[in-house]
Design a protein around this ligand. Sequence first.
Ligand code: ASP
Length: 206
Amino acid sequence: MSNVYVLYTGGTIGCIGKPLAPMPASQFAQLVASMPGLAQGQVAGLDVPIQFTIEPYTVGGQVQTLDSSNMNPADWVNIAIQLAANYAKYDGFVVLHGTDTMGFTASALSFLLQGLSKPVILTGSQIPLSSTLNDALPNLVGAITLAGKQPALAEVCIYFDSLLLRGNRAVKVNANQFAAFNSPNYPPLATVGTIPTVNTALLLPI
Ligand code: ASP
């Protein structure tokens, strides 16, 4: 059984209502648990089960649920500190984050968290998990599965619309389509279809 720590910072993935506003982490975790195959903090149906826990992003003990356009370099450091504080207890990490500045946070984290031996995967979505037709569920499940099942992966990445991209090479390329991220100067580290295909030659060595 592997254990994945999911840090919920906000962004569209966790929004609800009209106008859209971010849910608190506890409400988001309840919604995730109501999704098929994700009850009780486990990804069902895998040969090796993955346990995950969704935790709020906190700054100085205060919970923050942010639109990523309101994030600043202090948040990059705080996210890194929160991941580092939990590093020993988990096998992999997912950061749920708004798409607008996800590339900046991924890039900063890749320099703040050097020498990793575990994956740190940022994801989010173009449409909230609370909406019927969304890209949130596949992005969330894909990121958790990669973070929990790819022991060779030991770097900061973005997972979005079936592509796993190096975090400090990824850019947002589209504001409307599900294929919102790409890394034009480096091939995807992995693609996820019926099974994940990891290009191990491209991964940072552990
Ligand atoms: N404004 C949102 C954010 O970056 C957009 C998104 O999540 O896609 O937090």
